[in-house]
Design a protein around this ligand. Sequence first.
Ligand SMILES: NC(=O)c1ccc[n+]([C@@H]2O[C@H](COP(=O)([O-])OP(=O)(O)OC[C@H]3O[C@@H](n4cnc5c(N)ncnc54)[C@H](OP(=O)(O)O)[C@@H]3O)[C@@H](O)[C@H]2O)c1
Length: 327
Amino acid sequence: MQREQDMIDHNSLTRREMLRLAAGFAATLALGAAVAGRNSNAAQIEAPQPEGAGRMTTRPIPSSGELLPVIGLGTYINFDVAPGSAGYRALPAVLDALFSAGGTVIDSSPMYGRAERTTGELLAAREPRPKAFLATKVWTHGREAGIAQMEESFRLLKTDRIELMQIHNLVDWRTHLPILRRWKEDGRIRYIGITHYTPSAYGAVEAVMKAEPLDFLQINYALDDRAAEERLLPLARERGIAVICNSPFGGGGLLQRLRGRPLPGWAAEVGAASWAQLALKFLLGHPAVTCAIPGTGNPRYMAENAAAGSGPALTEAQRRELIAAVG
Ligand SMILES: NC(=O)c1ccc[n+]([C@@H]2O[C@H](COP(=O)([O-])OP(=O)(O)OC[C@H]3O[C@@H](n4cnc5c(N)ncnc54)[C@H](OP(=O)(O)O)[C@@H]3O)[C@@H](O)[C@H]2O)c1
């Protein structure tokens, strides 16, 4: 499928804590599998929280100090599905896996077909409506078109407040930024960000980060796609800009390459049972990273990804070993 090209101290963790973390992960997986088979009535999937639930690590958004759970959910492709389809019916359980693990961040865009509408429908169907950290984007040219598109995002997401409004791929950013600032002052949005997906745009991204006060940068950063480490991630730290990692699995290609390869011998020690979890823990090991937003329409994957957001952090030596593993 073509995709948009878009802490706990390790040494302080006792064996008992490790077993509890492992048990929590297993329970979360079991919950995901169970709800996946139930066919999506949002009211049905309110289940008791598994042990370990809600323990996801949080990190401060530098501009406010607000704590953000480190693993979220991307909605590209998987949320662009029609009501009644198998893909759509699986999504309430995906959200259940995100929320039950303590995650809140959901990232969308008007570029993602029906994804904002699907997200709004599924959140509105849950009683009470969950406190999601909604991130979406403006992706058009012109002031009036930008305003109309963002108003439509509020309508589709069925909300009167969007946590994070981002300028998608910097499209017409000079036009949109003043509107975003005004809407932030008015309280319609809480944070402002920019996004991109390719190193060829990093020069432009860097220039905007230096010139404009921003709350968030959303950028492609993955175990096998680390160009953002050179300038953007250090600059984000220096400027106090939160970082969301998009395409953390390279659209899925990274995991396909690693499929069948044995995990490092220390994987269980850091609470990782898959390459997906190691790839996410790798990102969280960078001090500039606030959150990663793997995309999925599979509740089991969502539970697995969310579980990577708790437990021990990787050491630098472990991070280097992972880099070597992907060549
Ligand atoms: N310019 C931008 O602003 C920009 C660019 C790119 C991405 N984004 C954002 O970042 C999000 C993530 O990027 P992405 O969706 O392109 O790619 P991604 O998260 O790198 O990869 C998604 C792929 O990984 C698979 N996957 C997810 N969890 C897995 C697991 N635990 N085990 C095995 N496979 C797993 C998914 O499979 P299934 O499909 O089977 O679930 C899907 O094929 C997007 O959804 C979007 O919100 C923004």
